[in-house]
Design a protein around this ligand. Structure first.
Ligand code: AR6
Ligand code: MG
Length: 357
């Protein structure tokens, strides 16, 4: 195993934050489209054009995935810690300033209640969602990258802070555990040297092992599986193994792993896209495995911006920013500020002294 030096970690931080942004921006035009083979060609041509020589066009706007990741990063950078009151106020303020960014309908209700109650109990509105069940959407997972970076050297804090940031909007165990799985995947990617031999099955086994300790006390949740994420990760593994050199069949991936707005049927999908894109994929013509990962994620249709964004965060943490085509970044809104946030997060992550470790 090659040691990862400090400058490579810095590049990995940038890769992950820019992965959030590019996956979101490039995926957003295709949200909920049924991507037939014809539209996959459109996707290929569009990516080729964006990666090619610079042309004049309005920037592609980011959506709630990047907006909420940005709030989380800015709060961590300013407070040098997870400050839930500060974070919740930023989420609400940014939502009211830019309500057009495609927020989930449930989450908007949480923001309205928070504002109306003048933030009297910041955790109550989320608990009241969906008749007290809480949201199982992928919203807590999609925004969790800054926490994964901030805690890149501290696993216990990573779990604890991810859970806390989730509870502001998502209290259903599926919503929280989806965020935890996404954060763990980012952390694992950060700690692998991109030039070492990479065993994708080992990567999944490690995730399964960790989720085994996270998915406890699930009784009474009315879930089909006792450990649903662990179950989905085993499907990821089967899909990676059984295929051998065959092409992944999109319909099968969508049916078994999902492409929707729930955490359970999107976070494992993002992990699969990152891992499967280590090898070429038919119909995705690029030598660049970062681009292959997000293009493949978006080609599955459904919640394209969020699955693209979560795939980008994991893949970017693995490859660093070297593999993110600069001309693609040129077309994405706020790419410079995402790069700067990554650098600031890197600085504070290395300054912080954890009490518990
Ligand atoms: N019971 C029934 N439906 C639910 C439940 C539940 N317990 N939980 C969630 N839903 P939300 P998010 C459905 O609003 O997770 C955006 O496009 C319900 O239809 O908490 O932040 C983002 O980019 C609800 O409106 O939002 C994400 O891709 C929906 O899930 C995506 O939406 C989303 O839950 C999720 O965002
Ligand atoms: Mg979305």
């Amino acid at each position: 195993m090659t040691k990862i030096d400090i400058s490579l970690f810095g590049k990995k931080f940038r890769g992950s934050m820019l992965g959030v942004l590019t996956g979101d921006c490039l995926g957003s035009p295709y949200e909920n489209e049924d991507l037939s083979s014809g539209s996959k060609l459109v996707l290929q041509n569009s990516f080729d054009k964006l990666e090619g020589p610079i042309f004049k066009a309005p920037v592609i706007q980011y959506t709630d995935d990047s907006a909420m990741s940005k709030s989380l990063a800015e709060s961590l950078i300013e407070k040098k810690d997870l400050d839930l009151v500060d974070l919740v106020k930023r989420f609400v303020k940014n939502y009211y300033q830019e309500p057009y960014r495609g927020y989930g309908s449930g989450v908007i209700k949480v923001f309205e209640k928070l504002r109306r109650s003048k933030f009297s109990d910041i955790l109550l509105p989320a608990k009241e969602q969906f008749n007290g069940q809480g949201s199982f959407g992928n919203g807590a997972a999609m925004r969790t990258t800054p926490i994964a970076l901030f805690c890149y050297n501290n696993y216990n804090n990573l779990i604890d802070m991810t859970k806390k940031q989730s509870l502001i909007t998502h209290t259903h165990k599926i919503g929280i555990d989806g965020a935890i799985l996404q954060a763990i995947a980012i952390q694992q990617s950060l700690h692998i040297h991109p030039e070492d031999k990479f065993d994708v099955i080992n990567y999944v086994d490690e995730l399964v092992h960790k989720m085994n300790f996270i998915e406890v006390d699930e009784e009474g949740l009315d879930l089909e599986e006792v450990q649903p994420y662990k179950n989905q990760l085993n499907i990821v593994k089967t899909l990676l193994l059984e295929e051998g050199d065959k092409e992944p069949i999109s319909e099968k991936v969508i049916e078994q792993l999902g492409n929707d707005i729930s955490g359970l049927r999107s976070v494992p999908t993002a992990i699969f896209c990152f891992l499967r894109a280590q090898r070429p994929i038919e119909g995705i013509k690029t030598e660049n495995p970062f681009r292959r990962a997000i293009q493949y994620a978006i080609s599955l249709g459904g919640d394209t911006d969020t699955i693209g964004s979560m795939t980008g965060a994991i893949a970017g943490a693995f490859y660093g920013d070297n593999n993110i085509p600069p001309n693609i970044l040129h077309h994405c809104e706020a790419s410079r500020s995402f790069c700067q946030m990554a650098d600031n997060l890197f600085q504070i992550a290395n300054e912080v002294e954890w009490n518990s470790s």
